[in-house]
Ligand binder design. Structure first.
Ligand code: ATP
Ligand code: MG
Length: 413
């Protein structure tokens, strides 16, 4: 992608009302556009990052046999009434509206009930189970406070997966396989070292639910972690969990964290409330066991920015970066020709490149490369041309090398 053709431009400042570092940097670098508090649009560059995160998640959900679909944003009130979750006292983030004929509907904040309702059309017998479906969907929630940038949206992208089972045991086995899949997701996104499977307040069926929490100063949660034992507990269940796990409170470190994922065992509760059953082996009607598994796609993007950014700007891990290489062209005709050629070569090799082909000062180009956080910067200049070499700089470390064309290709591929 040629920077001269991008409609977005970098800027030195973010909107005055934006207090979150992640959003400030993402706005300045041209990844997101702020519409209002908690509501952000994603530019072509921002969309690339989101798609990269989604692809990592998609691959791992496919490993656990998830089938991708898309549910709707408009939801009938009746879908949620049977379980009591239409009630604003039970779910306090509903956006509700009306059709022209005054039928009340809700805008999707989650999909457990909607999935169960759809599934009853297809799942009739224990033989149709287990089954697992997931989607990437824009969730709408009327959050009270939205001051954490894209980490807390009123409109945000979530991956939500739902698994349906014929027995509690079968659900447990699957649930554990999803925990492993989630660990792979966060590791691939560069968050593995600081992300903990966390004991949080109860599922419908179990004493604790599991959250995936990433240690992050900009997070809204408080976590108690035991790094060596790899245990983490959400503050909200601390006393309970300490008793249950038999751990010493003094050995736990208190940190701020962001909930990047949540998995929840509903047991047979939804099935019973909604009166949705399947035929069992013995030919009787039996309940369905349900679990749901969320990942905050846009929140993860914000957490990555918060954790890796430095004083110069964003630092993307390679797995999510909108491009692998930021190609800077400095100088006259010969440099232009050489940079054009390298751009074409890298593209042919399947490498995503942001080509800074603007007639800007070198300093401005370097500053933009750093603000935008592209992992590797390659510079072509008149001076380097004389020795037929390229300057190569790693964004995360700042380390710079002068390389021959061959060395450059080896290091980038
Ligand atoms: P929180 O406690 O942060 O409000 P939640 O318990 O409401 O989260 P879930 O309903 O379990 O979250 O949603 C699944 C995942 O979606 C969360 O783990 C989080 O990563 C993400 N998420 C939830 N609310 C938001 C939001 N307002 N903006 C961005 N991501 C969110
Ligand atoms: Mg919430």
């Amino acid at each position: 992608m040629r920077i001269s053709q991008l409609f977005t431009k970098t800027s030195k400042s973010a909107p005055a009302d934006e207090v979150a570092k992640n959003a400030q940097l993402l706005i300045r670098a041209g990844y997101v556009y702020k519409v209002m508090a908690g509501v952000y649009a994603y530019t072509p560059l921002g969309l690339r990052v989101l798609e990269n995160i989604k692809q990592v998640v998609r691959e791992e959900m496919n490993v656990v046999n998830g089938q991708e679909l898309i549910m709707t944003n408009l939801q009938p009130k009746e879908t949620w009434q049977t379980t009591g979750r239409w009630d604003d006292d039970v779910v306090d983030v509903w956006f509700k509206t009306q059709l022209k004929d005054e039928t009340e509907i809700g805008l999707a904040w989650s999909h457990e009930e909607a999935i169960m309702e759809m599934m009853q059309q297809f799942v009739k017998s224990y033989k149709d189970l287990p089954t697992s479906v997931y989607q990437f969907q824009t969730k709408l929630r009327n959050e009270l406070r939205a001051k954490s940038g894209i980490m807390r949206g009123r409109e945000f992208v979530m991956k939500d997966m739902y698994s349906l089972h014929a027995s509690a045991d079968d659900l447990d086995t699957y649930y554990n396989s999803v925990i492993e899949a989630y660990k792979r997701v966060y590791a691939r996104l560069g968050l593995g070292d600081d992300t903990y499977v966390t004991f949080a307040s109860g599922g419908a069926f179990t004493k604790f639910s599991h959250e995936f929490q990433t240690i992050c100063d900009a997070g809204e949660d408080i976590l108690y972690v035991h790094r060596e034992k790899n245990i983490a507990v959400n503050e909200e269940v601390l006393e309970d969990a300490i008793a249950e796990l038999g751990i010493d409170r003094n050995e736990l470190e208190k940190v701020k964290s962001a909930e990047v994922g949540n998995i929840f065992n509903f047991g047979s509760e939804k099935s019973e409330q909604m009166n949705i059953t399947v035929t069992s082996k013995k030919g009787q009607q039996q309940p369905i066991y349900l679990a749901s598994y969320g990942i905050g796609i846009t929140r993860v993007m914000g957490v990555i920015v918060e954790k890796f950014a430095d004083e110069k700007g964003i630092v993307w891990p390679e797995s999510v970066a909108p491009a692998k290489v930021y190609l800077v062209r400095i100088g006259g005709e010969a440099s232009i020709a050489k940079a054009d050629e390298l751009y074409a070569d890298l593209k042919t090799a399947g490498i995503e490149v942001l080509y800074d082909d603007r007639d800007e000062r070198p300093g401005a180009k370097f500053a933009d490369a750093e603000l935008m956080g592209i992992p590797y910067r390659v510079t072509v200049s008149d001076r380097l041309l004389e020795s037929d070499s390229y300057e190569y700089t790693v964004r995360s470390s700042g380390e710079t090398q002068i390389l021959t064309r061959e060395q450059l290709h080896d290091i980038i591929n």
